[in-house]
Design a protein around this ligand. Sequence first.
Ligand code: NAD
Length: 295
Amino acid sequence: MSNIAFIGLGNMGGPMASNLLKAGHAVTVFDLIESSVAALAEEGATGADSAADAVRHADVVVTMLPAASHVKTLYLGDDGIIKASRAGTLFIDSSTIDADTARLVGKAAMDESRLFVDAPVSGGVAGAKAGTLTFIVGGSSESMEQARPVLSDMGKNVFHAGDAGAGQVAKICNNMLLAVLMAGTSEALQLAIDNGLDPKVMSDIMLESSGCNWTLQKYNPCPGVMEGVPSDNDYNGGFMTKLMNKDLNLAMAAAALSESATPMAATAQNLYKFHQNNGHADKDFSSIFRMFNKS
Ligand code: NAD
């Protein structure tokens, strides 16, 4: 059992912290939204009044924040959680951010004799709830091995992608592909509907055919086809369109630096930007289906 501080109790962080409690850890939690702290406190966590208070006695700190700006503000500076923690504390940042920020924050932690890994996740809210997330870790082997038992209490797969920042590089490559697959799957399902097919039947066909992919298996974007996914709940919960756009921006910035050609992602990025600007910023990214839907 470890003393774990968990900061950022949103769609993903809430259920991840809950799984650490179920695994028997002592968990202290903090979020800017008080009701999220209260919900975890009801499950047995200790609610903290600030991020600094949360980390003061922790062996391990997990952070799950929206974007790089939040991570920088939380970790760095005299008021940051690195300075507020004890020497030797292991920091695990599971937010999806750019690799350079992950390396910057990791170095700041190491300069103060703390350990740090970037450990973004794949698997969505359902994976966070079920404890079946995939963690994609960047950092030293020593930090990685210290993080492994805690990560295993929240996920099924733990990959060591490489040194600091490598977890974030792998994660944005994965999400770039996911954005393309979700848009393509929506397009195919709508074409089937427009030509008289039932989207459930079409989904069953593609699941056993060469077009099969994760969005069909776990996250069908067409309402009425799959239960328990955002498309079944007016696209609420899940992975917000604005967060997918953040990840596409990260992927395109990385591609620009390495002079990689990413034409599919460029198209997907424009689609998701249109979609966000048309009132879907806070809806799950699978609501991109609405862009194709004629009804
Ligand atoms: P979210 O917006 O639901 O949750 C983020 C939480 O962080 C919010 O509760 C917010 O109040 C809190 N927060 C922000 N700044 C804070 C601060 N300074 N101190 C304390 N709390 C603070 O987002 P989410 O969907 O949980 O995603 C979190 C991260 O995980 C993002 O980087 C996202 O890209 C990534 N991710 C999300 C999914 C998904 O399906 N939702 C899947 C994989 C990865």
